[in-house]
Design a protein around this ligand. Structure first.
Ligand code: HXC
Length: 536
């Protein structure tokens, strides 16, 4: 059943069997007739695909899966459409290769558009093949990976093509949070070929060869007069740095597919399974002595939070999601003591780590994803607040910031918060504080937790005293210091039970490992309801 050879896109020979000779010759005649009418894309089409720097659908499947593990489904399927010459061109597969195989010996389901057949566009049969493989993935409780290289709805098949997309979208949503759904963008993907990925959990995109748009450049120019290239409209950099549609971006297809395998290795096969454990041999009690040096004591000095992720994760390995978008917050899958975790951390290097609209959306989505698949959350906090300004207010920071709050408040996986240096205002609450349901909260000793920074606080609370003082500047400095001394230290929060312990930064990894182990069998549930109403 395994077929990963492009040559086999032409009509496959009938199987060798011990059928009687007269029946055999009838089968051979039938085969010959079909071969001459219905052969798939020839060598020229493959050459054109390679000339664009793209692998064929079967080469991609081969690169993605464990060797010889692919089992194809409906490789003999053809479309039944008529008109516009379609009846004279009915290649096998109908432009999509579907089946299942293994990644690190775990079952996954795959569909891959074949751009060589009608530009990978989706007609009735093509859609039904995808529907079948999606249903199989859900029934088997295994991840679904789509390798997208298609032009959207097949124009010649009209409304049946549109209905085919409807069937994909509804299945994407039905499987959401049940099995991991991963979309890999490997060509110009228009219309439905862009919308289905948007409904899945992770979108990978490869530079130069991939684009995503709802309407292509020709339509854009016809309607708006704006001349724009494919890449300017919806290339990999647009979607990985500006729109936030793509979570992962790569320069090369094979490297991209290798990262898809890495992501799968960190996820459970479905929401009923626990995430896969893999012991790297990195000791759980490894000290993080360098953290005291890495994180400056002064609350306003910048540093790279990625250095902290390096320290706490097993072997310093982690997979960052949306690495180039909303960099003021970092979201990454990693392992601690062999068990997958989702790390969410403010990044002081960008916007001083303040939360804005994009950061809130990015982190909210990540929290929801981890929660759906039973992956514990570790939140590393160093946040000056929400980003102030009319731009953010007018674009709806209240609504978008609420998404992150909503995501954390509704997450029932183990949740551990570590406050590294400072946590001010609403952003302190939002970044998984005890008050919104973190199971355990730790803080480093140098920490400041408060409604706002001491300077701002003193200016508001002691305004009258400062104005009336003989030396207002001295009074401001004294009162600021007094406020800092009395309120802005971790013991103020620890005495009130709002953090569980003040820890030595060097013990952060060990403390996290022990706490996550304690929480491994956490049971928590929300009240019964059809569903909540998130601030979408
Ligand atoms: C049928 C199509 C097709 C389509 C392309 N082809 N798009 N066939 N239906 N939608 C065919 C071409 O005729 C050509 O066939 C082959 O595929 C390759 O196309 P090219 O244009 O030569 O390739 P390229 O220059 O790389 O451009 C690719 C493209 C462009 C950017 C995808 O073809 C394009 O813009 N196509 C239209 C996209 C579109 O508007 N789709 C409908 C979206 S609406 P030959 O025989 O010459 O090799 C939709 C509905 C759901 O999807 C929406 C939900 C929100």
């Amino acid at each position: 059943m395994t077929r990963v050879n492009d040559a086999q896109d032409s009509t496959p020979a009938p199987p060798e069997t011990s059928i009687p000779q007269d029946m055999r010759s009838r089968v051979d005649q039938l085969h010959e007739k079909r071969r001459t009418v219905h052969d798939g894309p020839g060598e020229k089409a493959t050459e054109r695909q390679h000339a664009k720097g793209k692998l064929t659908a079967r080469e991609r499947i081969e690169a993605l899966l464990d060797a010889d593990s692919f089992v194809e489904v409906e490789g003999l399927r053809r479309h039944r459409a008529t008109g516009f010459g379609l009846e004279r061109n009915r290649p096998h597969t109908d432009g999509v290769i579907t089946g299942w195989g293994k990644i690190d010996d775990r079952t996954v389901f795959v569909y891959a558009h074949d751009f060589r057949v009608f530009g990978g566009s989706l007609g009735e049969s093509h859609a039904q093949k995808i529907h079948k493989i999606m249903d199989m993935a859900e029934t088997a409780g295994a991840p679904l990976i789509s390798l997208n290289d298609g032009a959207g709805a097949r124009i010649q098949e009209g409304v049946t093509a549109l209905a085919g997309y409807g069937g994909i979208f509804s299945r994407n949503v039905r499987a959401s949070g049940v099995i991991p759904q991963i979309s890999v963008m490997l060509g110009p993907c228009a219309g439905g070929a862009a919308y289905s990925p948007a409904l899945t959990d992770f979108v990978f995109i490869v530079r130069d060869i991939s684009q995503m748009f709802i309407t292509g450049p020709e339509v854009v120019e016809a309607v708006t007069g704006e001349a724009v290239t494919h890449d300017e409209l919806g290339g990999a950099d647009v979607h990985s740095t500006r729109s936030g549609v793509a979570a992962f971006v790569h320069d090369d297809e094979r490297e991209c597919l290798e990262d898809v395998r890495y992501l799968v290795s960190l996820l459970p096969s479905n929401n009923q399974e626990t995430p896969p454990v893999s012991d790297s041999g990195d000791p759980a009690d490894r000290r993080n002595d360098s953290l005291t040096e890495l994180v400056p004591a002064e609350p306003n000095r910048s540093y790279d939070m990625r250095a902290v992720l390096d320290e706490v994760a097993d072997d310093g390995d982690y997979l960052e999601v949306h690495q180039h978008w909303a960099n003021n917050v970092l979201c990454a899958f990693a392992r601690i003591d062999g068990h997958p975790v989702g790390l969410i951390a403010n990044q002081p290097q960008t916007l001083a780590g303040a939360l804005d609209i994009n950061a809130s959306e990015k982190a909210a989505r990540f929290v929801h994803t981890c929660d759906a698949f039973g992956i514990p959350l570790v939140t590393l906090v160093d946040v000056p607040g929400f980003l102030p300004g009319t731009d953010q207010e007018h674009q709806g920071i209240i609504r978008h910031g609420a998404k992150l709050l909503y995501a954390y408040c509704s997450a029932s996986v183990p949740r551990v918060q570590v406050i590294l240096r400072k946590a001010y205002g609403g952003a302190y609450i939002v970044m998984d504080s005890r008050s919104i349901g973190a199971d355990v909260s730790f803080t480093w000793p140098s920490n400041e937790i408060a409604v706002m920074g001491a300077d701002g606080a003193a200016n508001i609370v002691f305004r009258k005293e400062i104005a009336a003082a003989e030396d207002p500047e001295q009074a401001r400095a004294d009162l600021t210091e007094q406020y800092r001394e009395e309120l802005m230290h971790p013991y103020y929060a620890a005495e009130r039970g709002l953090v569980d312990d003040v820890i030595d930064p060097a013990e952060t990894r060990h403390v996290l490992a022990r706490t996550l182990e304690m929480l491994r069998r956490k049971k928590a549930s929300l009240p019964h309801r059809r569903h909540g109403i998130p601030p979408m």
